[in-house]
Design a protein around this ligand. Structure first.
Ligand SMILES: NC(=O)c1ccc[n+]([C@@H]2O[C@H](COP(=O)([O-])OP(=O)(O)OC[C@H]3O[C@@H](n4cnc5c(N)ncnc54)[C@H](OP(=O)(O)O)[C@@H]3O)[C@@H](O)[C@H]2O)c1
Length: 245
């Protein structure tokens, strides 16, 4: 066993990513808290909450739409922590567009963050995970229901997450047994920025659970998949049954 385990969580300074970072910190992981444009106060709050568990937590700023920044991110994480046990690809662009409204620019921006970045993060992480001693690691990708079913109001977002699901399963198949890869698909857990409270309550009430979930619900599922050694290539919906409808 290594002296300590290290997790990188992308988009970890706020919302769902922060909850994932805190859950892993509570389980003893040292945390590389990636962020892009979160405020210093948000980053500091996340770091302090992670460190309250007695683990190391360090901030790493990167625009994941920039491949060079991804390379730097992992180089810096390795320099600081010396190993990498868990990668959680949670950072995501979220844009409402129907198929015929999606411009080439919309498509490229969404794919850059939601699919190309996790692909590059996966390749870089796998290289580090293979080379370290002892070798191995796990990658958890955060999907969305558009990964599984057509979601016409979020056309290119759903397509990007379907690609991320394919990447998850491909990684699980091609990198086993050293590296596992799984996906968590949250349902309604945090109100999208800009959605009215009344609309949010209405949508949540229509799910079998009749309520929204929490970021912590998602975070516990991520930690479960990170730590169960016989689970790879799995897709776990954390959605209060929304996928049944
Ligand atoms: N919230 C939900 O109810 C829900 C439902 C289903 C699925 N999900 C999935 O769960 C994950 C987290 O959800 P969320 O609602 O917390 O997501 P979010 O707030 O929409 O975005 C998460 C983070 O992505 C980062 N990000 C965006 N563009 C970036 C870029 N170019 N470079 C680097 N980082 C970038 C942002 O970091 P900065 O803030 O630092 O810029 C942001 O905090 C996502 O993958 C999402 O698709 C969420």
């Amino acid at each position: 066993m290594p002296e300590y385990r290290v997790a990188v969580v992308t988009g970890a300074a706020r919302r769902v990513g922060r909850a994932i970072a805190l859950e892993l910190a509570a389980r003893g992981y040292a945390l590389a808290v990636h962020y892009h444009s979160s405020t210093p106060a948000e980053v500091d709050e996340t770091l302090a909450a992670c460190r309250a568990n007695g683990v190391s937590a360090e901030p790493f700023q990167a625009d994941l739409a920039d491949p060079a920044a991804i390379e730097r991110l992992f180089t810096d994480v390795e320099a600081r922590f010396g190993r990498l046990d868990v990668l959680v690809n949670s950072a995501s662009a979220f844009q409402r567009r129907r198929l015929m409204e999606v411009t080439l620019d919309d498509w490229q921006r969404t794919m850059a963050v939601n699919l190309t970045a996790p692909f590059l993060c996966t390749q870089t992480a796998v290289r580090q995970m293979r080379a370290q001693s002892p070798p191995g690691g796990v990658i958890i990708n955060i999907g969305d229901h558009g990964a599984l079913e057509p979601w016409p109001d979020y056309a290119h977002h759903g397509i990007s997450k379907a690609g991320l699901l394919a990447l998850t399963r491909l990684t699980a198949a091609s990198e086993a047994p050293l590296i596992r890869a799984n996906m968590v698909i949250p349902g309604l857990v945090m109100k999208p920025v800009g959605m009215e409270d009344a609309r949010w309550a209405e949508v949540a009430a229509e799910t079998p659970a009749q309520r929204p979930g929490t970021a912590e619900d998602v975070a516990r599922a991520v930690a479960f998949l990170a730590e169960e050694p016989f689970i790879t290539g799995a897709v776990l919906r954390v959605d209060g049954g929304a996928g049944l409808m």
